[in-house]
Design a protein around this ligand. Structure first.
Ligand code: PEP
Length: 257
């Protein structure tokens, strides 16, 4: 895996039940023979569906990971599932600090850091999500908020040299709203994020994704940006037709680069 690839990451959120997840995984497995080698795809199904989805995708080049993990390996933590458990169930990645976890479930930067550390210990590649709310943006605090999120999570962490450092910049106001961030504005933040990470994890070249209302019709605009290595997609990744449109348009964009 290198940054020469284009990363298409699919957050199925709680949109798909067990049967729907398996149907979509089977359809992707079927279509995957035609996917470009330049595309690195990872899907994040519900915890309930992760094991069968991982089984279905184990023979094709599509990675699987949970949408959230708990940082203790085992114990009396009702309702939680550990990074180790997800690893054993066939995961390679883990989504960490998604804005819905931060804002609906009150996850703090400290929690996010513990989840990042647990993912690394379990040999999962964490996908760290950062981004400002609409209020923070209106108050001109976008850079301050994102830098705090990165610093709290990555400072003094000693990132393993053999593990990708993947960060998804997802402005909260763009998630699930149809109000996607302008690619040039996203690129400006990715450039900042790239430089902050260079300071926080010297020697590591991060993989940076954009997330927030990505669709087939706007994906190319992001992939043309030099610091955007791919996209993290929610709503449009949970339906075969819209996800295939994103894959096809991304493949076309990659070929033009
Ligand atoms: C997400 O949930 O990470 C996301 C980007 O959602 P959507 O694509 O629906 O905006």
């Amino acid at each position: 895996m290198t940054q020469n690839k284009t990363y298409l990451f699919a957050n199925w959120k709680m949109y798909l039940d067990y049967d729907e997840s398996n149907i979509l995984a089977n359809a992707l497995a079927e279509k995957s023979k035609k996917f470009s080698d330049e595309i690195e795809m990872t899907v994040f199904p519900s915890a309930l569906s992760l094991y069968p989805v991982a089984q279905t995708l184990s023979d094709v080049k599509i990675n699987v990971g949970p949408q959230n993990i708990y940082w203790v390996d085992k114990g009396g933590y009702t309702g939680e599932t550990s990074a180790q458990m997800f690893k054993a169930a066939g995961s390679s990645h883990a989504l960490i600090g998604h804005s819905e976890r931060r804002h609906l479930f009150h996850e703090t930067n400290h929690d996010v850091r513990q989840k990042i550390e647990a993912s690394l210990n379990a040999e999962l590649t964490p996908v760290l999500c950062v981004g400002e709310t609409e209020k923070e943006r209106d108050e001109g605090k976008t850079e301050e908020i994102v830098e705090i999120q990165l610093r709290a999570t990555l400072e003094d962490l000693n990132w393993p040299k053999d593990r990708e450092l993947i960060v998804a910049y997802e402005p909260v106001w763009a998630i699930g709203t149809g109000n996607a961030c302008d690619p040039a504005e996203a690129e400006r933040m990715h450039d900042k994020i790239f430089n902050w990470i260079k300071g926080l994890a010297p020697g590591i070249s991060p993989v940076l994704l954009y997330g927030g209302s990505v669709r087939g019709e706007n994906v190319e605009g992001y992939l043309q940006m030099s610091h955007i290595n791919g996209v993290l997609v929610g709503g449009s990744s949970a339906k075969l037709e819209s996800w295939m449109e994103i894959i096809e348009n991304s493949t076309r964009a990659v070929e033009k680069l």
